[in-house]
Structure formats: C-alpha cells, structure tokens
Ligand binder design. Structure first.
Ligand code: TXA
Ligand code: MG
Length: 326
C-alpha cells in the first residue's frame, strides 16, 4: 500500500509538481477527499477515469482558487452565479455553467457545461496555489463506493494509481458539495450536498429539482449506483424499529450493525450512535466512514434509523436512500 504524505511545504510542493507533470494527487477538501489531475490536460484527466473505473460520460468537478479563475473556464456568468459565489465560495457548492472552449471534452464528459467549485479546505487551497492550474477532482473512491472521508479509504480504493496522497486527517463535512446548474434559465439542483438547499433558495427562490424521471439526466452521475457498501442497508423510521430488526437478524445468525441517534440507549459493540438525530452535521460527517467500516468488520446488514429530511438532513437521507438501493 502507498504511504500518505504530510501536507507540509515539501508535501504540497511534491503534489503540485506531480499535477503539473500530469500525475494524480489525492487531497482533502472540506467535504470529502478528491483525486485530482490537471483539468486542461486530457491525458492526465484520463488517468482519473482509469483509476476510479468511472464511466466516461460522468463529468468531473473542476476546482479553482477563486471566482476569477472560475470565470475563465466559462462563457457566460449569470448574476445568479455572482450571488451564489459571493455567498458560498470558498465552500461546498459546485456551479454548472456553460464551458469555455479550452476545457477538454474528457473533463466535462462531452457536455457543453463545466462544473466549478472553490474549496475552502486549507490544504486544497495551498495545492491550488502551488500548482497554479485548475484541478479536476471527483471523490477519491472507486466508482460506486462510498466517498472517502479519511486518507486510508482513498488509498484502499485507488492504490498505486495515485502519485501522492496528501493526508489532511478526517474531512469535516463528510458529504460531497451541493451541485447547482445555472446553465439554463431555471436554476436546478442536480445533487444535494453539504450546503443545504434552503440556504441557496434564500437567495434564488425555489430551485428546480432534477429527478430520475427526467428524460436526459443533466447530471450524468445521478444514473449510476452510488455510496453502496457491500452490507445491505435497512432504513427505519424509529430507533426501536431499527433495533428490533437488528435483533431479529441476529437471531437468524446474521451479523447486523445497528445505527441510531444518541436518544437511544447504547446497546454495545454492534451499535453506533453518530449523534442526536437532530444533529444532521454529526451524521453527515461520519456516514461514509460508518458504511466502509461496516464492510471492513464483516457486517452483512446495517439497520439504521432515519433522520429528519430537511436542511443538511435531506442530503444525509439522499445518501442513505441511494446506499439502500439494490
Ligand atoms: O464535494 C465534492 O463535490 C467532491 C470534492 C472532491 O470536491 N467532489 C465530488 O465529485 O463529489 P464527483 O465527481 O464524485 O461528483 C460530481 C458530480 C457528479 O454527479 C457529476 O455527474 C456532476 O457532479 N457533474 C460534474 N460535471 C457536471 C456537468 N457539467 N453537468 C452536470 N453535472 C455535472
Ligand atoms: Mg463521487
């Protein structure tokens, strides 16, 4: 297994050089770890798709240091982009805009738009500055696996295909960025994420939601299986129901992990409590690690309590529903 690199001046310089030379670098953002490549170098970007086993029509998010750098990759910057960038960048928001001609097809999955984000994580910002180029970076997992929130998760998934793994410790938000398309007249939310939808709607009014029912998914990533652990996930409206289901499975000799809010009394080693069900942040931060650890510890089932479906909780619930799909 490759080693993680400390994100000190030497580590950042090494990672920036690797990016300039067309190699892959894993780095922390405030949401999840990303696997990055020089966004304007098609050969470098191709390595991301190979390392992840990612379908070629699923476009990447391009990370830039500031609004000026973002604008250079677009043709057209609507007032809504100004409002959102001013309010939420740097931070966990991705904007989809008409792309400039020099953004390669492979980066955008052949679409006429480009997804842009200015991350707030200090290490991501230092890396953008040192490399001095836009960094295309999807989450640093194998396609279909939960996003990595710890460096060891990225190393386990991507191994030797990455030149440098910058270790920034566990990421603090834990869910990916919220993706909003501003390429059409009507702003559309393509993916719920760490920035609650309500915060965006305070500025723009109601957002259109893109659903699976739409003829052509505007966000190609939506049609692929996501966030799935090997264990079967079971969603339950109450802690008592989740606990009863876990007990029934164990009575049949199955290994079942119980996950509930801290309102529920602790039942021992096969029971995890991320926090109160009203603390969506605590659930968001630990969700993907919980799914990965459940697999590593050999659980066949995860019986999990649902949390209120609003604000950040709606993004947590979106990931839980997707992870429960078979
Ligand atoms: O928090 C995040 O967003 C992380 C960190 C590393 O920045 N990145 C991330 O990237 O989650 P990824 O590739 O796992 O998810 C990007 C999503 C996918 O659903 C993709 O289909 C969508 O954004 N996307 C990218 N470019 C797009 C475009 N031009 N139009 C519509 N959707 C796009
Ligand atoms: Mg991803």
């Amino acid at each position: 297994m490759p080693d993680a690199t400390a994100p000190d001046a030497r580590g950042i310089a090494r990672a920036a050089k690797a990016l300039r030379e067309g190699e892959l670098v894993v780095f922390p953002t405030e949401t999840v770890y990303g696997v990055g490549a020089h966004a304007l170098d098609p050969d470098a970007v191709k390595k991301i798709f190979q390392a992840k086993g990612r379908p070629a029509d699923n476009p990447l998010i391009v990370h830039v240091p500031d609004v000026a750098a973002a604008r250079r990759l677009t043709r057209g910057w609507p007032t809504a982009a100004d409002a959102l960038a001013h309010a939420f960048w740097p931070g966990p928001l991705t904007l989809v805009l008409p792309r400039a001609a020099h953004v390669p097809d492979i980066t955008t999955g052949g679409l006429d738009t480009v997804a842009l984000r200015v991350p707030s994580h200090g290490i991501a910002r230092l890396l953008l500055q040192a490399a001095s180029l836009p960094i295309a970076a999807p989450s640093a997992n194998r396609s279909g696996r939960p996003s990595p929130t710890r460096i060891q998760d990225a190393i386990a998934d991507l191994g030797e295909s990455v030149h440098t793994y910058l270790d920034g410790g566990p990421t603090y938000l834990g869910l990916e960025s919220t993706v909003v398309a501003l390429a059409d007249a009507e702003p559309t939310i393509l993916r719920q994420g760490s920035l609650p939808r309500e915060r965006i709607e305070e500025l723009l009014g109601p957002l259109r939601a893109r659903t699976h029912a739409d003829a052509a998914p505007a966000s190609p990533g939506m049609k692929y299986r996501h966030y799935a652990p090997s264990a079967q996930l079971h969603l339950h409206a109450s802690a008592a129901q989740a606990a009863a289901h876990a007990a029934a499975l164990r009575a049949q000799g199955e290994r079942a992990l119980l996950v509930t809010g801290t309102e529920h009394p602790h039942e021992g080693p096969d029971h995890q409590r991320p926090g109160p069900t009203t603390d969506a942040h605590a659930w968001a931060r630990t969700l993907f690690a919980t799914l990965r650890d459940a697999d590593a510890r050999g659980y066949r089932h995860i019986c999990i309590q649902t949390i209120p479906d609003q604000g950040l909780g709606a993004a947590v619930m979106d990931r839980l529903r997707k992870a429960a799909e078979r």
